[in-house]
Design a protein around this ligand. Structure first.
Ligand SMILES: [Zn+2]
Length: 171
């Protein structure tokens, strides 16, 4: 999925869990982490098309990376390490769950068990559903996230507020 949907989905979960400021920031950053494979764009579109949704989306890579990032962020955001690890792992799980609905248009994406199992584990691939139907699911999720964003924005609780308000100590 796109970064917006990932962020919004994690934000909704974090909100539901009533996460404190530090934990929520950590949760939101770590949930975007697997998509840093898009940085492979510096090697050209083809590199990104081949690499995105593979290695950094493997549970065997994403979970340890997420745990490592959580430990580092725990210090920066002054969150307890165990708490950081718990939400870091949940953030990665949140990302991979949403990516189950990826389209995988270029190669076999969604290699969630790389390098043990190199085939796609997206819903589209597993169920063998056509691209059009998969796109409808994708756009529905995106649309729901967009509506949720507008809804909370109107309720004076915009999803970006956490980054702009003054820090409070986490209870
Ligand atoms: Zn992803």
């Amino acid at each position: 999925m796109d970064p917006f949907s990932h962020y919004m989905f994690a934000w909704l979960i974090g909100r539901r869990l009533s996460l404190g400021e530090g934990s929520l920031k950590l949760f939101l950053v770590v949930t975007l982490l697997p998509d840093f494979d898009m940085a492979s764009l510096i090697f050209g579109f083809q590199a990104a098309a081949d690499f995105h949704g593979t290695v950094t989306h493997s549970a065997f890579v994403a979970l340890p990376l997420g745990a490592l990032a959580s430990i580092i962020l725990a210090r920066v955001l002054r969150v307890g390490v165990l708490r950081a690890l718990k939400y870091g792992v949940l953030a990665i799980a949140t990302h991979l769950s949403l990516d189950l609905f990826n389209l995988g248009m270029y190669l076999e994406k969604g290699q969630f068990l790389w390098p043990v199992y190199l085939r796609s584990l997206t819903v589209r691939y597993i169920l063998g559903i056509p691209l059009q139907f998969s796109l409808v699911i994708y756009l529905t999720i995106f649309f729901l996230m967009f509506i949720a964003m507008l809804y909370f924005w109107r309720k004076n609780d915009p999803l970006w507020r956490i980054w702009f308000e003054l820090s409070r100590a986490e209870g």
